[in-house]
Design a protein around this ligand. Sequence first.
Ligand SMILES: [Zn+2]
Ligand SMILES: [Zn+2]
Length: 222
Amino acid sequence: MSDSDNLGSAKNQRRFVAAWLNDFPCIEELPNDNTKFLCTICKQKYKVVNKQRLRAHVESKRHQKMQNNEFKRSEKEDAIHKFLPKWLEDIRFKSWLQMVPKDENKFHCTLCNVDRMCTGGVGNLIRHADAPEHVKNSIESGIETLQDIPAEDIHDSIQSFEDRKKTREIQFANLGRAANIPYSTMTKILTFFQETDPTILQHMTAGATKISNIVRNVLGPV
Ligand SMILES: [Zn+2]
Ligand SMILES: [Zn+2]
């Protein structure tokens, strides 16, 4: 093998290949340097060697860990942008707060008659409750302003929600245990009901005969 052959193959191997973008969506090509690639998960540039090394990077512990963190972060951000039904139980907000139908990123204030973004979560609700316009509307409607609600009442209202949640979780676990349902199935069952329209849920029936008929006549064998 001549020197020029060596150089040639090395060159071919070490250049970024655009087709890799399909296999590894987390990497990006660098416009001014095709000897390196950018990993958008690790937020770092790495030397291009070949596809095997690229795969090794994506499967590496370090990269996987960064990816999990990224996932957790986006999950957290997601949650904070969305309306949380537990806010409706909070003594600080319950007398004026409503969900906005079909827009889970907003909340509605019945006193000010406005829709606002949920971005920032509870902090944002507190800011709204403290705003001069809202305070004025509260006083006019005879509703306790945030400043007037005793701290221990706030604590109790949050605690009572947490307590009721905990009680229900214990009852659910007990139901699962008594019925011998695998733990992982319990999660699926809960998710199923959480994804069901509450009105539909209230009207659902599931007698043994009905379930057996559905399985036999509608679903058929697995
Ligand atoms: Zn990476
Ligand atoms: Zn308001």
